[in-house]
Design a protein around this ligand. Sequence first.
Ligand code: ADP
Ligand code: MG
Length: 221
Amino acid sequence: VDDKLMRLEKLALLGQLSAGLAHELRNPMQSVKGFVQFLFEDQTENRFRDIVLTEIDRMDHLIHDFLLVTQPTAPKRGYYDINEIVFETVELIQTEATLHNVELSISVDCDQFDVHVDRAQIKQVMINILKNAIEAVGENGQVTIDVRTLNDKEVTIEIEDNGAGIPIAILGRLGEPFFSTKEGGTGLGLSISKRIIQEHKGSISFENKKSGTKVTISLLK
Ligand code: ADP
Ligand code: MG
């Protein structure tokens, strides 16, 4: 038992240290970004500058997601209409979908259903899942979002894509931090999403369909 405790303490300490490091890295990165912009200010086109800036943004993004995993914040809950959350999220992701030639469609089965959630966190989850869906589909990509009220306490949000599906061999690893099959993927999206849904006492599941993947999120009133 002592051994296990010590290991857990070490892990917690490591988590704290790496989160601190991640946080500290952001400031110098932002100054590097500022100086690069300043140095090449008078040039409208410079491929190398653009690469440096893109890569800095990528690092910043990665650190942001890493901090979400290592320093989770407790949900600040309120009562919000799930349909409203869904429509707002889709608005946020629409540009990305259009860019990838993906058609997004939504259907809801009631006018209003209030859930007791942290609005920003649930939006974050939906964005992570929708991004994966958009990234998974190819030509004629289609992503559907279905809001279904199961009873007067529970609602599910199903997000289905017509992509390649999730290989059975990796189904068990979904949500493992840094697990990704994508080149340049962070493997943090699902890990963050699972944690948030867990904290909300909801559930999230992944299912392979004949064509594509269905993710089901369930939330409570
Ligand atoms: P990332 O998107 O950075 O790879 P995620 O945590 O969001 O990290 O996803 C982890 C992995 O789960 C992906 O790399 C991919 O292999 C798999 N995955 C997630 N969503 C889908 C999907 N809709 N279709 C197929 N594979 C998926
Ligand atoms: Mg992802």
